[in-house]
Ligand binder design. Sequence first.
Ligand code: CTP
Ligand code: CA
Length: 224
Amino acid sequence: EADILSRLPLKDKKVLITAGPTYEAIDPVRFIGNHSSGKMGYALAEAAANLGAQVTLISGPTHLQLKHNLINRINVTSAAEMFEEVKKHYKTVDIAIASAAVADYRPALVADQKIKKKEAALKIDLEPTADILAYIGAEKKKQLLVGFALETENEVANAQGKLQRKNLDLIVLNSLNDKGAGFKTETNKVTFITKYGAVLPQELKPKAEVAQDVFELIQQLLHD
Ligand code: CTP
Ligand code: CA
């Protein structure tokens, strides 16, 4: 058995994955969130562990469960907490994959008591969160860096823009347009775009298979 493990292709690699949504508190009982299920990120964590990698999974709130002794899961709630955990871990990894649906904005002030209803409209000021993936991209040394992009228009051009701005090696463009692709579903229709300019549209597939494809491509990129 030891022999089989020693021959796994990512045996000596450390992988960091962000997954799931973030929740940004408004008051002690309310938050701003999104519909991300975390399924794609968890599928990536399992695919990496099955290839022998040591995985750190930094996860926003989900109901998903994992049991793989190569996966160290760290639970976070907000974008700020996710950023703190990423800063602790990204330096020592070989591969970092940002699949989390991180909130772009958070309430500028978090009320310390439950906000009571009134007759007037309620306005909540929002401030931007840190771009976690752009931070890793700006700081990265040897890490292979993979991002995701969710676009509803000019999909390939917008994803290529993100790849360049965030200094990525690979971006996985998610199509929401096709039936069965996107949040909450078991399947995804993605296009891989590499820093070398390759644009590789994929079939609609279960997320576990998309995850395996991502690691096939990562292994090719590691050997380039
Ligand atoms: N991302 C991140 N931190 C953020 C926002 C996004 O790490 N604060 C990462 C996501 O995990 C994803 C990539 O950046 O891998 C792209 O996220 P996306 O929401 O598609 O793009 P944004 O750069 O936030 O731009 P916009 O939402 O305006 O399209
Ligand atoms: Ca965003």
